[in-house]
Design a protein around this ligand. Structure first.
Ligand code: S3P
Length: 414
């Protein structure tokens, strides 16, 4: 059934994390508005407060009083949040002192060696579980800049090294195989840092001071993607999505949906806190299959589960390749989507680095395992709405990791 209405997604998760971290390092009081109120961002606030940064809430505004981070008295718990764990390691590496970090049963299975190795080569010392898993301990101090080529395009690794580089002696230079989200670079610049971005490379010199700023966090395109796909794949629908971050390193999914035949207009484009922000109008259509691979993968990595749903609703075979990173997210998202869809009767082939989805899928109602992954849960809920078919999720609460209020917001559309 066609849907109509207007929705404002919650504040962007990546930008909210960074606002509290950079605010914590900056000179003065940073004001953060429209921060995402979710479990992941709560983990980051807890981690930053553990370093003796004061954070106060006044209505819906946070005041972050920046200071030199000091040794935490207890173990930092990053919960489910890879961004918290990896970025905070970049800060701890340059802090004079010792800290220990852990996380939940998902996070302790996610790779940390990708940040440990380069941070060690900058001069920090780490102890971690076998193969570099959490819990880990870091002893930070005087660092020196490095030139580092990342094996995978990862904004979390890049950001950890930039945060360490801020405190290091000399220049830190990072090369990435393809362009990942650049919120850290933009926010560092917004806080007054001198940072250089070229094709595939970013660098900064150590010893720079950040100045406190006022930040209004724009809406999260990754959360917007759920209603956007629902409307895009449902002919006759028209929805408006307001105040979304339209940073080009995040909007790959819009380009894919347009290739599939959706009509999307970007309106009221403006700039806020160094980020491009705007409104989207989505008009539904009968979608055609698409191929998704290569350089665009990092620009839509978190939207792949919901693009798999779009593939199920589209005509033809949608192929996804070069997305092996999905196997080390909150859960193995390639396997979780393949298992869930197969259990509902869809024809899906699971590959090492992606999936083939044959659409339009003929589905039967059923119960799906989410593996307590927020994006898997929301993707199957949208599939159920778009097909007007009962899909029971084994865990609905996990959506609170990134989109509290998701189910009510979707009810308001249809
Ligand atoms: C994020 C980067 C991405 C993304 C994650 C958030 C960030 O992870 O999947 O949800 O805020 O920097 P990787 O850096 O591991 O690709």
């Amino acid at each position: 059934m066609a849907i109509h209405g207007e929705i404002t997604p919650p504040g962007d998760k990546s930008i909210s994390h960074r606002a509290f971290m950079l605010g914590g390092l900056a000179r003065g009081t940073t004001v953060v508005r429209n921060a995402l109120e979710s479990e992941d961002v709560r983990s980051t606030r807890g981690a930053v407060q553990a370093l003796s940064v004061e954070i106060h809430k006044d209505g819906d505004t946070y005041l972050v009083r920046g200071s030199t981070p000091s040794e935490p008295l207890t173990v930092i718990d990053a919960g489910n949040s890879g961004t918290t764990a990896r970025l905070i390691c970049g800060i701890l590496a340059g802090m004079d002192g010792f800290a220990a970090i852990t996380g939940d049963s998902s996070l302790v299975r996610r790779p940390m060696a990708r940040i440990i190795r380069p941070l060690e080569s900058m001069g920090a010392r780490f102890m971690a579980r076998k193969h570099g898993y959490l819990p880990l301990a870091v002893s930070g101090g005087l660092l020196h800049g490095i030139s580092h080529t990342m094996e995978v395009a990862s904004a979390q690794v890049k950001s950890a090294l930039l945060l360490a580089g801020l405190r290091a002696k000399g220049e830190t230079r990072i090369m990435e195989p393809s362009r990942s989200r650049d919120h850290t670079e933009r926010m560092l610049r917004f806080f007054g840092a001198d940072i250089h971005q070229g094709p595939g490379v970013v660098s900064l010199s150590g010893g720079q001071e950040l100045e406190a700023r006022d930040i209004v966090v724009p809406g999260d395109p990754s959360s917007a993607a759920f209603p956007v796909v629902w409307a895009a794949a449902t002919p006759g629908s028209e929805i408006m999505v307001r105040d979304v971050c339209l940073n080009p390193t995040r909007t790959g999914f819009l380009e894919v949906l347009e290739r599939m035949g959706a009509k999307i207009s970007r309106e009221n484009i403006r700039e806020a806190a160094g980020e491009r922000v705007g409104d989207l109008v989505i008009r539904g259509a009968r979608l055609q299959a698409a191929s998704i691979a290569g350089e665009e993968i990092p620009r839509l990595i978190d939207e792949i589960p919901i693009l798999v749903v779009a593939g199920c609703l589209a005509e033809g075979t949608t192929t996804i390749r070069d997305a092996g990173e999905l196997r080390v997210k909150e859960t193995d998202r390639i396997s979780a989507m393949a298992k869930g869809l197969s259990s509902l009767g869809a024809r899906v082939e699971e590959l090492d680095d992606g999936l083939d989805i044959h659409g339009p899928a003929r589905l039967s109602p059923g119960r799906v395992r989410t593996f307590s992954d927020h994006r898997i849960a929301m993707s199957f809920h949208i599939l159920s709405k778009a097909c007007a078919m009962e899909i029971t999720l084994d865990d609905r609460d996990c959506v609170g990791i990134s989109y509290p209020g998701f189910f009510n917001a979707m009810e308001s559309l249809g």
